[in-house]
Design a protein around this ligand. Structure first.
Ligand code: ANZ
Ligand code: ZN
Length: 800
């Protein structure tokens, strides 16, 4: 037959949908497979071929699992709250709801035209009030458990756009949107206490199958540090300056202290400080810098000495100066450090710039050139002198500090609590009421969902307040506790809220009693395999693991970890090798490819184009190559024969079953497809194929090119849907080629023969030769000096 994709693709998509063959079944006795892909943000630009590649891996795996007899849940939905839609609404005056619905319709159409085997009865939309009701419910549960709290903090703020910006969006101290200078502004912020879960998030990594680099990125992001808190007295006043250090062993080498410019002790003792003007000027400069700029290692050190305050080293009573400098962050440790220039490079650079003493306490380096951070013998350190490694000297110092009550062991995490509010309209309203009498009061659970009110004007207010602040009917409310007049929280949740638990809702998307039925959760969770992008490793994946651990702790879900396995796709680049982007004009629209070459060609191509994990440029010639391959496959129906000649295909066929089956599991889709291409050549060489062989072939190809394969199945009398037929199995014996008898020599003398599969690899042949009883008895007790193999001819063992 001809590969008439225009005729068959729509036909099969309709048949699959009508018969609902890809719907997951609740309460099935079968073993389950839950395959998950990162649901898209339905942007105005429509879908991108990168989305297609991202979903194709688990598409193929899910299709294979169904054919292997699993009850498969392979869902899709839309992560639809967020700034791009809201900004577009501001620009066009169209309501975000309308924009979102249009975009979702467009994405849905694109996904269906590619033939993805999603369960379309479980689609979720995070902006749907039946969905965000449960996002709000989880927030309230976190609040109830002390994990959601409000506090005033310094944030990056753009006075021109009137928005709070993340560090990522304000690099170089400039607003990413309008490029004006960003200021640090004190704002009330809602936080989720993710830091309380830091240890659990670290420990949980032991139990999951994630790529090593993904685990490492999460470990680094969480950034657990083990060290000590030490109190330094401030001379002349009743005050302790507490610091955090990972190196308490270097305490005798402290020659100055540094506080973060924002440190509160400075204002507390402002009247004793004679250079407050200089300090304030320095602070203003620092406020313009992002944390990234402040922590860069290679840069000239700046700072100001605090005139009027001095600290006392608790181990030797020495008085030391205190500075402020931007390389010390308020948000880490205690916001103050003991500086040991001899053994910390940042302190070293600072000491050089400010002409401060450098005292060596660990031998081994040349501190006239740079700080020495290695191990060595302790000197100038009284009771630590003579210690030779930091493990022991830290231990000893900790004992001493604890005994004297001036220090204690402690840990710190790089990860910060999660700033959880935005002054925007298109997000989940935070279900909280502010009452003058009762303070912060949660909205009662039975009043959820707290709906987003209709708004005409989405622009944030002059002071960067949320557009919701202007809606009196929303803001004014009664306090749920005392019944007096109160005000609603007008900030909304950030983009990352809805995606932190969406995989649970797929399991029971229409439940109005709970976020999902516990029995169903027990059956489906954890997600067996989750594929997505590297950019989500330290955001969405961490956030959702945190929510899931919390839901586990309160008994909502059954496992602490949500994802048993995680994999990563590589980007698709433009033909120019650059990242595909709208501004570069190098984006490929999947529907253009579907129209010109067909969905099966697109699906095959995105998995054939290179290693799945690698970034690979789009190549139209290779798309055409995939189309030609499918045309050749379609031709098999004209080659049907039960002639004996077709027996020649048995070995290549069984080999291919074996290879495609294991390659799919290893995400080596490109080599799986290549194997099917090679087999296609073999089939054309023979010129004939039996019906059974053809059926096996299309079963293997079906996850990649399901429309064509279903059509060929139908044309050749297959029963039911090929997509539900059973996955082919192979006979090991048929995967090996002809056998060859080879000689086995010991020290150059022929001692026997063994029969090996032709082309077997060296190690296998050695093992077979040694297993031969005659050879085994001859070499018993001997040492193998050398093992030589002349392929398919002879083995020679040199023994002593
Ligand atoms: C003295 C010292 C001596 C240090 C030495 C290091 C080497 P990690 O591993 O990242 O936790 N530090 C502490 N709080 C800081 C802050 N808020 N801003 C900038 N730096 C801070 O690093 C901890 C080390 O970073 C601490 O140990 C402290 O310097 C510094 F030979 O104390 B150390
Ligand atoms: Zn009240």
């Amino acid at each position: 037959m001809k590969h008439n994709f225009r005729k068959i693709e729509g036909k099969w998509q309709q048949k699959w949908e009508d018969a609902k063959i890809f719907n997951a079944v609740d309460g099935s006795p079968k073993k389950k497979f839950y395959g998950l892909v990162e649901f898209p943000y339905p942007s105005g630009a429509g879908m991108h071929v990168g989305h297609i590649k991202a979903y194709s891996s688990l598409e193929v795996i899910s299709r294979k699992r169904r054919m292997e007899g699993y009850n498969v849940l392979f869902p899709i939905g839309f992560d639809a709250f967020g700034l791009p839609t809201e900004n577009y609404a501001i620009k066009t005056g169209k309501h975000p709801r309308v924009i979102t619905d249009e975009n979702i319709a467009r994405f849905t159409n694109q996904l269906k035209k590619v033939g993805f085997s999603f369960d379309w009865d479980r689609v979720i939309d995070t902006t749907d009030e039946d969905y965000y009701k449960w996002t709000q419910w989880i927030f309230l549960k976190m609040y109830e458990h002390g994990l959601a709290f409000r506090s005033k903090a310094l944030v990056n703020y753009c006075p021109s756009c009137k928005v709070v910006l993340s560090n990522e969006d304000s690099q170089g101290g400039h607003c990413d949107i309008c490029h004006s200078e960003v200021v640090q502004k004190s704002k009330d912020v809602w936080y989720l206490r993710i830091t309380e879960y830091a240890d659990k998030l670290l420990a949980g990594l032991e139990d999951v199958d994630y790529p090593a680099n993904v685990k490492q990125q999460q470990v680094n992001w969480i950034g657990k540090s083990t060290g000590a808190f030490v109190d330094f007295k401030i001379d002349g006043v009743d005050e302790q300056l507490e610091i955090y250090t990972t190196r308490p062993d270097t305490l005798f080498g402290v020659t100055f202290m540094v506080m973060a410019p924002e440190h509160p002790l400075i204002d507390k003792y402002a009247d004793r400080i004679s250079n407050m003007d200089a300090i304030k000027a320095y602070r203003t400069e620092c406020a313009k810098k992002t944390e990234f700029e402040r922590t860069q290692l290679v840069k000239d050190k700046t700072g100001v000495k605090i005139e009027g305050l001095e600290a006392v080293n608790p181990v030797n009573g020495k008085k030391i100066p205190i500075f402020i400098a931007d390389y010390v962050m308020m948000g880490y440790g205690t916001g103050a450090i003991m500086a040991v220039p001899a053994h910390d490079q940042r302190d070293y650079d600072f000491a050089k710039a400010f002409n401060i003493d450098i005292i060596e306490v660990i031998k081994g380096g040349d501190i006239s050139k740079e700080a020495y951070t290695g191990d060595g013998e302790m000197v100038n350190s009284e009771f630590l002198n003579g210690y030779t490694n930091k493990k022991d000297s830290i231990q000893k110092m900790l004992e001493e500090l604890t005994r004297q009550g001036i220090g204690r062991a402690g840990v710190q995490f790089k990860m910060k609590d999660w700033a959880f509010n935005r002054q925007r309209y298109w997000g989940e309203p935070i279900p909280i009421v502010h009452c003058d009498h009762c303070g912060v009061v949660p909205v009662p659970y039975e009043e959820l969902p707290l709906r987003l009110p209709k708004v005409e004007n989405f622009e944030p207010g002059v002071e960067g307040e949320s557009p919701l602040a202007k809606i009196d009917s929303f803001v004014k409310c009664k306090c749920p506790k005392c019944g007096r007049d109160a005000r609603r929280e007008t900030d909304t949740m950030p983009q990352w809220a809805g995606s932190s638990w969406y995989f649970l809702r797929y399991i029971d998307p229409h439940n109005d009693k709970c976020l999902a039925d516990p029995e169903k959760l027990k059956y489906w969770m954890p997600v067996d395999w989750y594929n997505g992008g590297m950019e989500h490793v330290t955001r969405h994946v961490i956030y959702s693991r945190f929510w899931h651990h919390f839901l586990y702790d309160i008994g909502v879900v059954n496992t602490p970890e949500p994802y048993a396995k995680r994999s990563i796709q590589g980007l698709i680049l433009g033909p120019d090798g650059d990242k595909m982007s709208k501004s570069k004009g190098n984006v490929v629209d999947p529907l253009d490819i579907v129209e010109e070459y067909g969905a099966d060609t697109l699906r095959t191509y995105v998995l054939f184009m290179g290693d799945y994990g690698a970034a690979t440029p789009w190549n139209e010639n290779s798309v055409k190559g995939c189309k030609r391959f499918l045309e050749r496959v379609a031709g098999f129906t004209d080659m049907l024969s039960e002639d004996k000649e077709t027996e020649k295909l048995e070995t290549p066929l069984h080999k291919t079953i074996k290879k495609v089956s294991s390659d799919i599991e290893d995400m080596k889709f490109n080599t799986a497809i290549a194997a099917l291409m090679t087999l296609t050549n073999d089939i054309y060489n023979v010129g004939k194929i039996s019906k059974e062989q053809l059926h096996t072939f299309i079963k293997l190809l079906c996850p990649f090119a399901p429309h064509l394969c279903e059509e060929m199945w139908e044309v050749t009398g297959g029963e039911g849907f090929l997509s539900l037929a059973s996955w082919p199995t192979y006979e090991e014996a048929k995967t090996v080629d002809a056998q060859t008898e080879i000689g086995v020599q010991i020290n150059g003398k022929l001692r026997g023969t063994v029969v090996i599969p032709t082309g077997a690899d060296k190690e296998e042949v050695f093992a077979m030769a040694k297993a031969d009883s005659r050879i085994a008895s001859l070499v018993e007790g001997k040492t193998f000096v050398k093992e030589i193999y002349v392929p398919n001819r002879v083995v020679n063992f040199v023994v002593k």
